[in-house]
Ligand binder design. Structure first.
Ligand code: ZN
Length: 234
């Protein structure tokens, strides 16, 4: 029986429903963020805001929410070449992947999450990766997660589980999941406090959250919100 979890928590629109999911499933939940020299440090600020709001506004979850951890991964910036870490505009690469792809990022994240889970005595690693309407990142695939779970369990001599509650659902269904778990209060927390825009813009608040409104991340979010609202209206 799994009762403890480590949620990979970036403060974005995917990892916040994952955190809510974990807080309904497990008795003790800790969170992990990575500081890898993101061009937009707003993500690191907003994740603390989300955690604070969960502690103050969600009495049913607050007692289960344990320590937050932030690990520094400057090495990703040293490798460079991604629009998430370098000062270059978003573009598609010749191989069909967006240049927001940071090679090996999720593999490193999961390895470090496994090491931290080992140290903290946590049984499940929860991550918001998703194969449905994603951007083609190969390190978000279900097979990658299963391979990493196996590698961690062999390398650490543990029975860790990697849980991916969003793997097979789209953005509209993710909103529905958030609503089911935490009602309108959680939906509004996600709209107002999470950060997912590639441009780091927080000037304009749309129905679906802050963002530039035009980058691929914003585009996906806007469409997902509209689909969810259409489904709700039926
Ligand atoms: Zn954007």
């Amino acid at each position: 029986m799994h009762t403890t979890a480590l949620v990979m928590f970036s403060g974005g629109q995917a990892s916040t429903p994952c955190l809510a999911h974990a807080l309904t499933q497990y008795e003790r939940v800790e969170t992990l963020g990575f500081d890898y020299g993101q061009r937009h440090s707003v993500e690191m600020t907003q994740r603390l805001r989300v955690l604070e709001k969960i502690r103050t506004d969600f009495a049913q979850w607050a007692p289960k929410l344990g320590d937050d951890h932030v690990l520094s991964l400057d090495v990703l910036k040293q490798i460079g070449g991604s629009s998430l870490t370098d000062d270059v505009a978003f573009a598609m690469q010749a191989d069909g992947l967006p240049n927001t792809f940071v090679p090996g990022r999720n593999l490193l994240f999961l390895t470090l999450a496994g090491a931290l889970a080992y140290r903290r005595g946590l049984q499940v690693i929860v991550t918001g990766v998703c194969e449905t309407d994603f951007s083609g990142y190969p390190d978000c695939r279900d097979d990658t997660m299963k391979a990493m779970q196996l590698a961690l369990n062999l390398g650490l001599e543990r029975r860790l589980r990697i849980a991916t509650p969003l793997m097979w659902i789209d953005k509209a269904a993710t909103w529905q999941m958030a609503h089911t778990l935490g009602g309108e209060a959680l939906v509004q927390l996600i709209v107002q406090e999470t950060h997912t825009c590639y441009e780091g813009t927080r000037d304009v608040l749309h129905d679906w959250g802050y963002g530039c409104g035009t980058c691929p991340a914003c585009d996906l979010r806007a469409k997902g919100w509209q689909r969810w609202k259409q489904v709700q209206a039926v």
